[in-house]
Write a protein that binds this ligand. Sequence first.
Ligand SMILES: [Mg+2]
Ligand SMILES: [Zn+2]
Length: 228
Amino acid sequence: MRAVFLDRDGVINRKPPEGEYITHWSEIEYLAGSIEAVAALHEYGFKIVIVTNQRGIARGKVKLADLEEIHARITMAIAERDAVLSGIYYCPHDIVDRCGCRKPQPGMLREAAAAHGLDLSKCWMLGDSPSDIEAGRRAGCRTALISSSPDIEDFDSKPDVQEETLALAVHKILKIEREPKFSQCFEQEPSSAATSPDLSLEPSRHRSITKEGNSVPLMPILNNALRR
Ligand SMILES: [Mg+2]
Ligand SMILES: [Zn+2]
């Protein structure tokens, strides 16, 4: 079984300003096309799992009951698009707690993989920050960065895909999944990658991808999301 892991703030909903937290569901503002993009992933056959760092809990800025209501509302919004959210994993710890779940640690991805029988090498991690990409890499997933900034110099590992919105990233991921050759367009340096002694950093690029759904046209739901 495979899944797409999604970061929450900055991917599904608008990210709060630095140092601020979403403390109540009424502050959730869905990014254009994000729920439709989640539905398209689900329709393609991915399980959907949200993995989110919620340090506001440790800092006493966000109440657990409010966080759970926010997550119940997101689950409902996705269900309204006939998609199923398999789970929302959150890390309630602070940086100083040095837990194994706060991204860039891969703990939440591994926990979800154990709970849902996921093959992490067939999963994707999508997020808007370096810690999301790093968590995905450490878990052995392919990664997609949702960012309009070309400045990814401070990334330990480059994402496999970078797009401005979740809808655009999903469009590209589904293309890659349907047509494995298409992923070669994103190889940075295919010749050096082929001869590099250290392939462990990006093992997923070198495996073959199942060809299911190759000729299926893009889902109308996603095309609608892209049009917005
Ligand atoms: Mg984020
Ligand atoms: Zn944690």
